[in-house]
Design a protein around this ligand. Structure first.
Ligand SMILES: Cc1cc2nc3c(=O)[nH]c(=O)nc-3n(C[C@H](O)[C@H](O)[C@H](O)COP(=O)(O)O)c2cc1C
Length: 134
């Protein structure tokens, strides 16, 4: 009945992202648009790579993926997971970007490293990060 789709992708940042400003900018745009479009998800950054999960109505998340893929702030967008889901994994967040803390940082790296070999587990790690940040 729900008809929800979850998509995860990895990509490489085209500019140094250590500037929190850059992430803050992306986050600001994302939260406004995603709230409007009924999209939820999570975004982490580690070792020059992004891992993002987006979820919502299939046509909405596919449109968002197309828009985000064209964003010059990153490149090499590779979808690692595309699946129907019964319920949202990130229902409470229009887009959560977990804060970089000593406990969170190794998990962010782990999530990015797991994205290709085991994307479902990578999404699980993102959920833990989101919960830690809540
Ligand atoms: C790694 C990354 C993740 C992004 N995630 C989202 C997102 O979840 N939602 C969104 O609307 N835009 C996201 N963006 C920004 C879009 O690429 C695009 O700049 C923005 O949606 C345009 O918004 P506007 O049409 O309101 O100007 C992301 C960009 C990057 C680089």
């Amino acid at each position: 009945m729900s008809g929800l789709r979850q998509i995860a992708y990895i990509s490489r940042a085209t500019r140094p992202m250590d500037h929190l400003q850059n992430i803050a900018e992306i986050l600001g745009e994302s939260q406004t648009n995603n709230w409007r479009d009924g999209v939820t998800g999570a975004l982490v950054f580690a070792d020059g790579r992004f891992l993002q999960v987006i979820e919502g109505r299939p046509e909405t998340v596919e449109r968002l993926l197309t828009r985000v893929s064209a964003d010059p702030r990153h490149t090499g967008v590779e979808v690692v997971l595309r699946r129907p889901v019964e319920s949202r994994g990130f229902a409470d967040w229009s887009m959560v970007v977990p804060r970089i803390t000593p406990e969170a940082e190794p998990l962010m790296r782990q999530a990015v490293d797991l994205a290709v070999p085991d994307p479902v587990r990578a999404v699980g790690v993102l959920r833990r990060l989101a919960e830690m940040d809540a």
